[in-house]
Design a protein around this ligand. Sequence first.
Ligand code: PXP
Length: 244
Amino acid sequence: MKLLVNVDHVATLRNARSEGFPDPVEAAVICEANGAAGIVFHLREDRRHIKDEDAWRLSEHVKGLLDFEMGATEEMIGICCKMKPHLCTLVPEKREEITTEGGLNMPLIMDDYRTRVLPKLKEAGIPVSLFVEPEPDDIKRCAELGVPVVELHTGTYANASESRKPAELKRLRLAAETAHEHGIKVNAGHGLNFENIRAFIDEVPYLEEISIGHALMADALMRGLPVSVREMSEILENATAKAT
Ligand code: PXP
């Protein structure tokens, strides 16, 4: 099982000020140097976090797997076909949402994906993953479309109460089994963290790539803060000592 780190939040922090840091590409390099098998980024239509330049720089500097997450607009398909990442993960994208809220509405998108979206990505030689709810019927629709990979939406599991979690894990397990039966590779992501990851990987079979962003960035911030504050405090304390 491989960890792919989503670096969108690094860009969100960078964009809060226009100072060029923190750099999502530098974060990606650190993630890869510390065991991540690859990097995920979501180039949104409104460019609210990752910008085009970040995406191209990531494609240059990421040494492992690069997963380009995107909505299936003509613009994104064009960029992805030029970039040729290892994987293109197609997600539903609404401007007003804070983050991706759930899997693709499979019955609704089938025709469009079959005729417009998938042929272009296939022609460019890019493997496609569909971000889906862990529902066997949706997985079967992915098989009908001939996609090689699905990413199971783990957000409902992650947000479920402790009493509801076993039922959500069962749903995920069934979905993973269905995908496997159809020869579809199983990735997963959304809302996974240090508390809920173990039960998930224990219960759900055939998992290959796990995409995690928010929890890792939040953890890195809190675990890194002591080092940063200590170093700055020392600089100031030493300056005070010299001045007196
Ligand atoms: N997978 C998909 C399709 C996503 O949209 C996201 C969020 O950008 C993730 C995985 C990672 O979710 P999180 O940031 O909650 O770890």
